[in-house]
Write a protein that binds this ligand. Structure first.
Ligand code: COI
Length: 354
């Protein structure tokens, strides 16, 4: 168990307009910080006022991007309980990401305690309007100043909190996605399965090019054949073809999403067939032309379920839908009702902050 020291914020911030939160624009009054030194391990766990931190210009993370992060959410129920959704999965994935980036692994119980205690302290920041929540961002980075490419003697593990609304400005309205046919996100053996900042840094060029064409994000194809659909910028992608739900398998290049896993479980429980398999862009286009592709949606912590309304490849739109599909809507409702403690959590996914 961590011995967390507290330093309380003297001046509390003004709360933002909870009707107009957007995503990741506001931060709460406190943050968690813990250091790791090669000779001491994890030490100095503390919750302190939210504030900028200083870096040596030679800090390793600024040069070689040794950084990993997580994303999860806290919800306040009608009877004022605070729930997290599957924080153990985030803790485990954080360890897997850190293993790949050769960084120290935070013990699962410490990861959860840091979040639990910080969320509890700043619980007056948890928004309660529909489609809002408190986004939790744990992250770790190499802090030691050194220009040689190597692991570090000093890392920092931090957690910050941000009250959020929908990730996309569209909310639950369908988003437009462009299939990227030149740049790639990940290859097997790389860092695709890890949640590290570098993956996202490398995705920005494609996203901006897509935005210039009027799309919100890109759908990545596999890095070897440029053929099989993998994931969307900040979400896993699922396609309903002939009533079956198809999504890319976890073979090293796709992020093992907590929402992805939960949705697959929910779908199977409701009797749907889910296929985790390679799906080529040609098969997807063919299915759409034959009217067999009936829905497409993304899954992610930030985005929850995001219906895909338009899919375009090589400047041609091959799928279009103006409204959220039945399966996407059902999944959104079921998942958010479990997360908000409105319906029974048969899977034991929710964790109560105490
Ligand atoms: C999340 O869904 O929590 C993510 O980490 C996506 C993010 C890059 C906004």
């Amino acid at each position: 168990m961590l011995d967390i020291k507290y330093e309380y914020a003297v001046n509390k911030k003004e709360k933002p307009d909870m009707n107009n939160l957007g995503f990741g624009k506001y931060y709460t009054d406190h943050m968690f910080m813990m250091d790791w030194y090669r000779d001491k391990g994890f030490v100095d766990a503390k919750i302190i006022p939210y504030a900028p931190i200083s870096f040596d210009p030679a800090a390793l993370v600024l040069h070689y991007a040794q950084e990993t992060f997580e994303g999860l959410k806290a919800y306040k129920t009608k009877d004022n309980r605070i729930l997290l959704f599957r924080p153990d999965m985030n803790a485990k994935r954080f360890q897997n990401s850190n293993k790949r980036l050769y960084m120290p692994e935070v013990p699962i119980e410490d990861f959860i305690q840091a979040i639990n205690d910080l969320v509890k302290l700043d619980s007056d920041w948890i928004p309660t309007l529909p489609n809002t929540s408190l986004y939790i961002r744990p992250f770790m980075f190499a802090y030691q100043p050194k220009l040689g490419v190597h692991d570090a003697d000093h890392y920092k593990f931090m957690v910050i909190l941000s009250p959020v609304g929908s990730y996309y400005k569209e909310g639950l309205k369908p988003v437009k996605i462009y299939v990227e046919d030149e740049l790639v996100r990940a290859v097997k053996g790389g860092t695709g399965f890890a949640k590290c900042g570098g993956n996202y840094a490398a995705s920005i060029l494609a996203q901006i090019e897509a935005e210039k064409k009027g799309y919100s994000q890109v759908l990545w194809l596999d890095g070897v054949h440029h053929k099989y659909v993998e994931e969307v910028g900040t979400m896993n992608a699922m396609f309903v073809i002939d009533g079956k739900i198809i999504t890319a398998p976890l073979e090293g290049s796709v992020l093992p999403g907590v929402t992805r896993d939960s949705i697959i479980t929910l779908l199977k429980r409701k009797g749907y067939t889910v296929e985790e398999r390679h799906l080529s862009i040609d098969e997807l286009i063919e299915a759409s032309k034959a009217h067999k592709l009936t829905e497409a949606f993304g899954t992610g912590t930030a985005a929850v379920i995001s219906p895909i309304g338009t899919l375009a490849y090589k400047d041609e739109v091959f799928f279009h839908s103006d409204s959220i599909g039945n399966i996407s809507q059902m999944l959104y409702d079921t998942l958010t009702q479990i997360q908000n403690g409105i319906i029974e959590d048969k899977f034991n996914w929710t964790y109560e902050v105490k």
